[in-house]
Design a protein around this ligand. Structure first.
Ligand code: SF4
Length: 156
């Protein structure tokens, strides 16, 4: 069975930037709220899924989504990430392990660390903020280096 990707990559080559657009499985999802036929609901994995037996193709969900995470198939059916029933294919096929699927609380903790690492980069660029001491920043950089090593992309 083939399927269209639920991740859209927007690229801007002139500034060497690309952004991934995908469903964030919001806590209070606009797509679910606006659906006039209650075709969108949360499944047991916490993913918002579309019930195509109910969907009337009105596109309200796509207009409501603040992240542009809903697109349309040729036959005008809305499609979005549904976390592949708890085993995301994108995670399985990514050759650089750039996508990780984890429990929400753990993801929040990892995000905090990654944020700290980002701030640390700022610090070494000369933009120290009051929230982060040099020690914390060094720890964060260490963590970032671990991630980079794990990704296998750079030889550090
Ligand atoms: S489709 Fe958009 S509004 Fe709906 S859960 Fe995903 S990101 Fe949130």
């Amino acid at each position: 069975m083939t399927s269209l990707s639920r991740i859209t990559i927007l690229t801007k080559p002139e500034v060497q930037t690309s952004v991934q657009v995908y469903c964030l499985q919001c806590r209070d999802a606009a797509c679910e709220r606006v659906c006039p036929v209650d075709a969108i609901s949360r499944d047991r994995n916490g993913a918002y899924v579309i019930n195509y037996d109910r969907c009337i193709g009105c596109r309200e969900c796509a207009y409501a989504c603040p992240f542009g995470a809903i697109s349309f198939e040729v036959e005008a059916r809305p499609i979005k990430c549904d976390l592949c029933d708890g085993e995301p294919e994108c995670v399985a096929v990514c050759p650089h392990d750039a996508i990780v699927y984890m429990e929400e609380k753990k993801a929040a903790r990892e995000l905090k660390k990654a944020k700290a690492a980002g701030v640390a980069y700022g610090l070494y660029g000369g933009k120290e903020t009051p929230e982060y001491s040099r020690k914390k920043a060094e720890e964060a950089v260490e963590y970032l280096m671990e991630l980079v090593e794990k990704s296998g992309e750079l030889d550090v």
